[in-house]
Design a protein around this ligand. Sequence first.
Ligand code: N01
Length: 534
Amino acid sequence: MAEESRNAFDAIVVGAGFAGMYALHKLRGQGLRVAVLEAGTGVGGTWFWNRYPGARVDIESRDYGYSFDPELEREWRWSERYSAQPELLRYLNHVADRYDLRRDIRFETRVTAARFDERGARWNLTTERGESFSARFVVMATGCLSEPKEIVFPGADDFSGEVYRTFDYPEEGVDFTGKRVAVIGTGSSGIQTITAIAPECEHLTVFQRTPNYSVPANNRPLGTGEQREWDAERDAYRARAKAEPLAFWNDPPERSAFEVTPEERLQEFERRWEFGGFRVGGPFTDTGVDLAANKVLADYAADKIRSIVRDPAIADRLTPKTYPFGTKRLCVDTGYYEVYNRDNVTLVDLRATPIERITATGIETTEREYQVDAIVYALGFDAMTGTLAKLDIRGRGGLTLREKWADGPDTHLGLMIAGFPNLFTVTGPGSPSVLTNMVMSIEQHVEWIAEAIAWLDAHGRTTIEATPEAEAEWVAHVAEVAHQTLYPLADSWYMGANVEGKPRVFLPYVGGFPAYVEACNDAAAEGYRAFRVA
Ligand code: N01
């Protein structure tokens, strides 16, 4: 068979993480000829790449697994309340085996370009190795946090020691015993890395530009009894979770912070802190939308930092002051602040003393040089749009996605883009994605996409794409609901503010999972009127 027909598919899925794996399973089950193109050597997406020490999910294991097959849920046993990266990767490999996914996944196949051929109504894809593929449908399952930020420090290439990035940390791990190590960046990846490696380094120097709020995970082993109880109530639990804005049960607040006495407020904060995780972030109905309510929560968190960190000057440096609580992604930790009570850990405040350059032997700030043997960069990602904009994706008239999104990512429902027919994005900008349980959002997207494809075929249609009008309306709605919250006040990756030159646009949809699902279901129920179907 010629390469042309061998590599011609009904649908090509890009990426073999949670989203791509389910898209393959779902579309293949619908009778389509599907291939998944994956840059890595294995399945797992985020959990394949991010193997840094301490990497662990921040949503409880009970929620962070597929729900599409109750049998899969019943047969898998998580060992901890919050799963660590190796266990998540084992789970995803188990899923790949259980549904025989690997036979349709091409590993080490990095897509570099996708062009829409208007006459043939097909997408032509090219890979880094120069292979060509074509398909009627393309499902971009490329993840929200998959394009790491560049290392921009002058002299970075001159460093003669070891260099690591949290994003593509060595699979075999690194032994830092007896070494002086620097970590730059204190987001979730930095915080988990710092907590994990501090005890083993001879000395650890943390370079912090903006402190993050971090709350305890209160992680613990899970008993089989507990998991059997979950099995019994599984259907009701999943239904309840999907009715929540975050698509997981987060003990939603019922009262305003000012409807209760200060003592009751403190009690509620403490109850949530003891429980751990994201529940700390939503104790009252108004902490996410009202600055005064937010401040009482921020003050409580600052007190907690002061109560843990013995040196008041370090505690102060670790306390966020430039944005409301929860408007940057909350970190969920296991002993993070305690790290700063160790004698072998130094915290450098880069706002006070910025990095001037990396030297052959260390990191030079405006104050002094820190000699280190290894640097771990935890600088974050060009989130939600970076991976897609980096690819050479061309739709109708040769328009590139990069050009189309120059002022911000326009999509309808985070699923489709006007001018890019039959190209679907899973958890794209404008979808709730990173503000929800990603796995539930992924399942909902994949199911919507599969249904749209089935509808097209059943109605003898060839292409579907968002209309510019529907797209403009959705983009305005996404911005409107974001601006009803405090989120836009932070220079976060949610706002695109962590990447120089990126438009300042709130990227995910904050209106909540149920409202979003309703919008998607309505779009399908009304015969895809908000889409151009041909
Ligand atoms: O990235 P980040 P991340 N000079 O962008 C600093 C998910 N996740 O990989 O805030 C100096 O949060 C930057 O400083 P600033 C989760 O959704 C989940 O840690 O820009 N510093 C910041 O401190 C998370 O939110 C899990 O001032 C620079 C850090 O680098 C998302 O992934 C675990 C700098 C980047 O933090 C991203 O997290 C890990 C510079 N030039 C990740 N550039 C869990 O499930 C950047 N920084 C628990």
